[in-house]
Design a protein around this ligand. Sequence first.
Ligand code: MEV
Length: 308
Amino acid sequence: MRAIAEAPSKVILTGEHFVVHGAWALAAALPRKVRVEVSESSHLRVISDRPSSSKTQGLHPILSVVEAIGREFSFAPHLSVTISSEIPEGAGLGSSSSTMVAVSAAISRIHSLGFKASDIIRFSMVGEKEVHGHPSGIDAAACVIGGVILFKSGNAPKKLSFKGRRSVLVAISGMKRSTRRLIRSVEGVKEIYPSLFMGLTEAASEVSLMAADRLAAGDMEGLGRLLSFNHAALSTIGTSNRTLNGLVDLALSLGAYGAKLTGAGGGGSIVAVAPEGKEKSIIWGLRRRGFDAFRADIPVSGVRSWLE
Ligand code: MEV
């Protein structure tokens, strides 16, 4: 018998980085996913098709998640864990959180632990902290809960309800970066300009609440304006660069309502929203310039697991 879990990727629509410092942020689960298969074994073994796994540190955070669950529920973590991922790494789309979430959910399923969403998030965070330093938890929450969530540290995530579907455009810059390093550099900015940083954090929080409202209402033009506003704040704290600014400008010049970097920045991806009739031509325009770009329809369901 084996347990399978599939967790979606994610995109941060507004509020990244500021969420680490207490702001509300808005995130959506995306269709590309990680699949994890877990079965009983004579010892703990993790096999992954993720390129980073060949590096020494690559599998360690995953082993830590498995061992943390084993310790708390008093079982020897003798499991075979196989990971296959459709999510590009280092692209700001939640490849690591999606993996930790799927691993936690699959172990809960194989050992009948009955994990609730909050348990899956808690155990995923063991691995996420190893990878990113001190992340807010928004990535794991988005992959567990699915749909679109408003997230603020210390509060239960709020799932947005809305009728119908919305779509977002994502373009991957191709530049990999370290979330851990960017979180640290933003902390440095906060130390140098504490009051300015506090003002930006409050603004980002307000932007996220307004963006949730616009998205739920289906006002993509209004949402786009807020994305662009948020990009300016993220540039101010040093998380953008010429490539990302160029990608944002390109999306806007091709007709997007608004665009911004998404996730940690410094590389990774941008997210944009556009008038319905223009989405295809924007994607082609981005691809013609050599960027991997795609449209994703939301909402998408959160992590699912089952036995086979
Ligand atoms: C990364 O997807 C989002 C950050 O805000 C870090 C975090 O909240 O954990 C940069």
